[in-house]
Design a binder for this molecule. Sequence first.
Ligand code: GLY
Length: 584
Amino acid sequence: MPIRRTLAALGAVLALACAVPARAQGLPPGMPGAGAIQSDAARLLPAYAPHGMVVSQEARATRVGAAILAKGGNAVDAAVAVGFALAVTLPRAGNLGGGGFMLVHLAARNETVAIDYRETAPAAASRDMFLGPDDEPDPKLSTASGRAVGVPGTVRGLAEALARYGSGRFRLADLIAPAEELARAGIRVEEDLADSLPHAAGLLGRWSSSRAVFFNGERPFAWGERLVQPDLAATLRAIAAKGPDAFYAGETARRIAAAVREAGGVMSEADLADYRVAVRAPVRGTYRGHEIVAMPPPSSGGVHLIEILNILEGYDLAAMGAGSADAIHLLAEAMKQAYADRAAYLGDPDRVRVPVRGLTAKDYAATLRARIDPARARPAEEVRPGDPLPHEPDQTTHFSVVDRDGNAVANTTTLNFSYGLGLVAAGTGVLLNNEMDDFSAKPGAQNAFGLVGGEANAVAPRARPLSSMTPTFVFRDGRLLLVTGSPGGSRIISTVLQVVTGVIDFGLSLAEAVAAPRVHHQWRPDALLVERGLSPDTLALLRARGHRVVVGSSSGSASSVMAVPGGLVGAADPRQRGTLAEGP
Ligand code: GLY
């Protein structure tokens, strides 16, 4: 196992989310509905609204969505507007040149659907395209060259979501207009944009087309300066006027394919023209009387969230206490097992058979639970993928929206790394992804997040690379309780897991569950990553059980909405600057 790559990967992951002091905001006085769920942490809750809520990692985009809700839009209308706005205001993760997953809950039909707009491999992609002359994976090829770019899915994904599930009150052009205005008039560089641009100077600085957008002379734009994106505004205007074909065919497609090929990639205009969204059935499970509904493959997120919850259901976590060494030990052991299974079984369901039912079965979880020693951490070498088959027939961003009728969207979207490949296709303003690194370059090889991939996730023409993105809904008694999701590469699944267990097991308010220190174990490397904020005696107890504890910077950035008596609470993650929860 290339240790250097592992440590570099962990460093990259840690750099994706910068730890920032918590922003504690007060609730409006006299807020109704302060019941047991909110407890005395109500003062921490960032937003309360009776008729809808938008939570994203960028305040201007949140406000765009809240305005659409205020004008009578439904959750999907608002989500589409937020998605386009984030491509302008949070360019390191919001995108037109990437892909993502949108979970939509339709209250009137009591139906939840999963829209898969993940990037696909170009038709000319091949199994060994990321191997160097020594036949070993070459991370430069899969993360830093044109070969890293998957065929973007975002524009078709957002348009398809609107066409299928929008309220009908807004045209695509209406929902693109705020983003176009932000790109054309420019935005003040501040908060996360100001924090992240200096880190991306090297990545963006390699391409003159990217420097033309993000640099002021020799350096990226700095806090207080103005980022104007005229080419991106023109691309948005064209999509508004002609629909997604303005992106997937004609001049924009020609420019994107040319930029990718000039950077050493293999994408053609035909790849863009052929891109299709997939609408899938979500993956479902239960946890202590709640229904968990989450993203199915090609994301591993929903499957392993449910697998881990199934394992944990056999323990009385509440009695152990939030943040206790006992509870963290069990979380870590369950995570290890799930990430080992991920490496063995998960891939594109259109190409390989993914044993979803087996991996999410309660009796499979019971066999895995039996392997866990409550007093000792199992070394990674002892953890092997289980056998679910008999049961069978960085950077990323997440936003959550709920409307007044109870429709909801959980949307996670990504360019993979912060600012993706760093390459803007000249003349389009579109930053391109490096999502192809989410394939396994070779069975057993790690990607940039240190995740091990198997045969099921090999590169293949038109395949979708495996993801960890975990947009999630939790229902109680058939009613929507929680909408959540997060960026964080490999740590997305564990971040969502701890928001869910925080609320369900430990009775935390949403704000407490989002703010509580997180832990993460992904099997390999064999390390328990913990955020700052756990007590030294807890860490000592974990080390005594055999965990290699690594205290690092922050993990994920969960944008969450929870139903409370009388309304909705939104909690934006305090780990990143500029996040916002707001109701209409
Ligand atoms: N690129 C990160 C993920 O999809 O999981």
